[in-house]
Design a protein around this ligand. Structure first.
Ligand SMILES: C[S@@+](CC[C@H](N)C(=O)[O-])C[C@H]1O[C@@H](n2cnc3c(N)ncnc32)[C@H](O)[C@@H]1O
Length: 425
């Protein structure tokens, strides 16, 4: 367990220094090829868990120390240990002993191991009152930065608590059934033969009762299903593609929505993204599904002159870069790494991309603007601003039971998304 605690604490430290959680763990697996899958699973669980509950763990830790801990290694190791004591099934004595041993190994200061022992044992003696105390602070109760809580409370006075709580849940694993290869009913039967229980969320979306490793999904390599959140699966039906259409997916990587569009109809799809590495993942996804887009190109959606062939599109999907405030349950690092000051940069990029893509759409064509955000600046406010600038744009209604004025609120079945469908007169 020592190695697991140590690597988890180091990974938390790297993420909190500003690095993307997914990339940090990918690098960790590369640097430690001998880690067994169980060890990886344990590290991943701890790092995700610490980031999910960081607000709460920090309030508790601050109560347990007389003065703020300046040694970051010590602090991160304590956060990891507190997470394990409260949220994991590891025996308490093992967590404490291991934390003490890891401290001896990593920290030169002789008193550090004794301090760790005292802090963790103090937590075990007073856990209920410490947790009540954490709950009395908003940051401790919701484990989000205060600015985030304040913004959501202002923008969603009725729903902000539910959104914050949904952000801290384990996200579901949801599959998109490829209707070109099988049906939802048939695939569900196949899953049950493998003892994998599922329920249909909507259309092609099957949510698993318990996540499983991708390799355990029957016929996955043969392209029967893809892994995609149910909220993201709404983009293709909303864009309303049909056979023969010329379509652009302008911010396409890693290709979840592109592949869905190609499963939905025989279209001539141009796949664009400005990140060459991420485009590689689009190619992998298309290959597994046995389909190929008409064209795949690396370029800036806000600068069509560098990649556009000159042929107008019937449909455009603009799944723009955003704060990702709707997908926190999958990426708990986001809430700690984003700054409120990042928003203007995203708003600017979104406006530039929308303005540049609009002239590429045929008259009577449709453009679907999508974000995985719940912040209204990136969503309905951005749409209002676009409509004011473009007199030939009309906003079409999005008809879906759970989508309210384009906004899908995150819950235990799906992430948070925003969709706006523009029609060109
Ligand atoms: C939300 S993700 C897209 C997810 C994708 N549509 C899917 O469903 O799998 C946004 C993508 O936009 C790309 N991007 C960011 N700025 C861009 C730009 N100026 N032009 C084109 N792509 C851009 C990013 O590299 C990223 O892959």
């Amino acid at each position: 367990m020592m190695k697991i605690q140590q690597l988890a604490a180091e990974s938390v430290a790297i993420v909190l220094s500003g690095k993307n959680l997914t990339l940090v763990l990918q690098a960790l697996w590369r640097q430690n090829p001998l880690l067994q899958s169980q060890q990886r699973g344990a590290i991943q669980d701890i790092v995700y868990g610490v980031l999910r509950y960081l607000g709460q763990l920090e309030v508790i830790l601050n109560q347990l120390v007389k003065q703020p801990l300046s040694d970051k290694k010590l602090r991160n190791l304590l956060l990891v240990s507190l997470y394990q004591l409260y949220y994991s099934e590891s025996p308490e004595y093992a967590v404490v002993d291991c934390a003490v041993a890891t401290t001896r190994k990593l920290i030169k200061n002789k008193g550090a191991a004794g301090l760790v022992n005292a802090i963790l044992r103090n937590f075990l003696r007073n856990d209920t009152s410490l947790l009540n105390l954490a709950n009395a602070h908003e940051v401790g109760r919701f484990s989000h930065p205060q600015w985030w809580i304040d913004k959501l409370r202002y923008q969603y006075p009725q729903q902000y608590e539910a959104i914050l709580q949904a952000n801290n849940r384990h996200p579901p694993m949801t599959l998109r059934v490829n209707r070109r290869k099988t049906s939802v009913a048939d695939y569900q039967t196949l899953l049950s033969q493998y003892k994998i229980e599922s329920r249909q969320v909507w259309d092609n979306a099957l949510m698993l009762f318990k996540p499983v490793p991708t390799q355990k999904l029957p016929m996955f390599e043969q392209g029967y299903v893809s892994i995609q959140d149910a909220g993201a699966q709404l983009a293709a039906p909303f864009l309303d593609v049909s056979d023969g259409m010329i379509v652009l997916d302008a911010c396409a990587a890693p290709g979840g929505k592109s592949t869905h569009l190609m499963e939905a109809a025989n279209i001539q799809l141009t796949v664009l993204d400005n990140d060459q590495y991420r485009l590689g993942r689009v190619s992998e996804n298309f290959k597994r599904l046995g389909i190929e887009p008409f064209r795949q190109v690396c370029g800036d959606a806000a600068l069509p002159s560098s990649w556009w062939s000159g042929k107008l599109f019937d449909r455009i999907l603009a799944d723009v870069p955003c704060s990702a405030s709707g997908v926190v349950s999958r990426h708990p690092d986001i809430k700690w790494l984003r700054r409120i000051t990042d928003l203007p940069m995203f708003l600017n990029m979104q406006q530039n991309i929308l303005d540049a893509l609009w002239p590429l759409l045929k008259s009577e064509g449709k453009l679907l603007y999508a974000t995985c955000s719940v912040f209204i600046e990136e969503n309905c406010q951005q749409v209002k601003c676009f409509l004011e600038k473009h007199s030939d744009a009309r906003l079409l209604p999005i008809v879906h039971g759970e989508v309210n004025n384009g906004q899908l609120i995150p819950n235990c079945f799906h992430d948070g998304f925003y969709y706006a469908l523009f029609y060109k007169v």
